[in-house]
Design a protein around this ligand. Sequence first.
Ligand code: RNT
Ligand code: ZN
Length: 427
Amino acid sequence: MTFTAPTPAQIEAAYTVARERYAALGVDTEAAMTTLATVSLSLHCWQGDDVGGFENPGGPLEGGIAATGNYPGKARNGDELRSDLDLVYRLLPGRHRLNLHAIYAETGGVKVSRDELRPEHFATWLDWAKANGHGIDFNPTCFSHPLAADGMTLAHPDPAIRRFWIDHCIACRRIGAHFGRELGTPCVTNIWIPDGMKDNPVDRLGPRQRLRESLDAILAEPLDPAHNRDAVEAKLFGIGSESYVVGSHEFYLGYAVSHPGLLICLDSGHFHPTEVISDKISAVLLFVDELLLHVSRGVRWDSDHVVTLSDETQAMMQEVVRGGFLSRTHIGLDFFDASINRVAAWTIGARNVLRALLIALLEPTGRLRELELAGDTTARLAILEELKGMPWQAVWDMYCYRHDVPIGIAFLNEIRHYEAAVLAMRS
Ligand code: RNT
Ligand code: ZN
């Protein structure tokens, strides 16, 4: 089935009506599109191969995270992954970044220990990013490794194992700084570790003391924030760490607040099921300079379903826009679904975040604020509910049209074509 896109004349006509409807509310659709074009999402490389990486092809994914499904066409090497990413970027309006993990090093078949990784092992990624105008963000990989097998890394009781992971993270910060220097845009290097326990620990404090010491050692080397910025990511629980996670939200929030310049990463799948990160953004940004978002979707025990245009996705983007936080927020994606076409998963999730941002930018926030301050909560509710039916889709279509990317569901035609021509050849 091929999906037909509207004609340019139809896009233009719908946009003209939408622009007038928004203008009547005091919203400038042109300004919204101009602002949206300044936002770069950081696309997570790991959606393309189920967080496999190239270090140990076919090895298990460990660390309390899981990709389920066996949809054909998974990328098996750097060239395939970059080819898949090229298509995703072609289907997204705007210019976007890449979020890379250390296990995606290309070492030419030579085994390089993670604590010895260097920028040269990412030279192909860097060349590709340069050629295509992508900034790069980075992550040490503190999972899927024999030294992470007992569920502890930076908080491990064995000092030699801790040292290995400290050295890995130090190596990654330097690689991040190299990316930032070479690309002229700072790399956000984000530390997430799986450390935790399946059952109740007796000592909840000791591992946290060790994690603090490890982080101090990792961050001791000052790096130019124009090249590298560090982030830390908390989690509530993982598979096999149901009773205790060393790097909890309270731990990292305290750590980041006491280390100026350090970013907090809020992953939307890492909290209690009824707890939302949209409400945390304004609180955290009162005390830390910048924020990294891992936009994801938690479903029961899983924190990593494909992002939909849910109320919470919209609420997150509303908070970023309403608070004037766009310049202090790095928006990364973090989901992995192996049960559907992986290129489609990336594209659907990323387009949803952009659509949520556009909807947020098409809000008469100043007017709503005035009503709220005046105590007119009736009008606030009435307007917020009316906004849900406003023709934002016509503005989105125009935005895609001007950026020369597929309009609406027509993006799926290109993915189906790529699936038949490229993905189906992978076995
Ligand atoms: C895991 C964290 C983390 C990972 C990536 C692969 O729960 O969300 O961000 O998803 O590092
Ligand atoms: Zn995450």
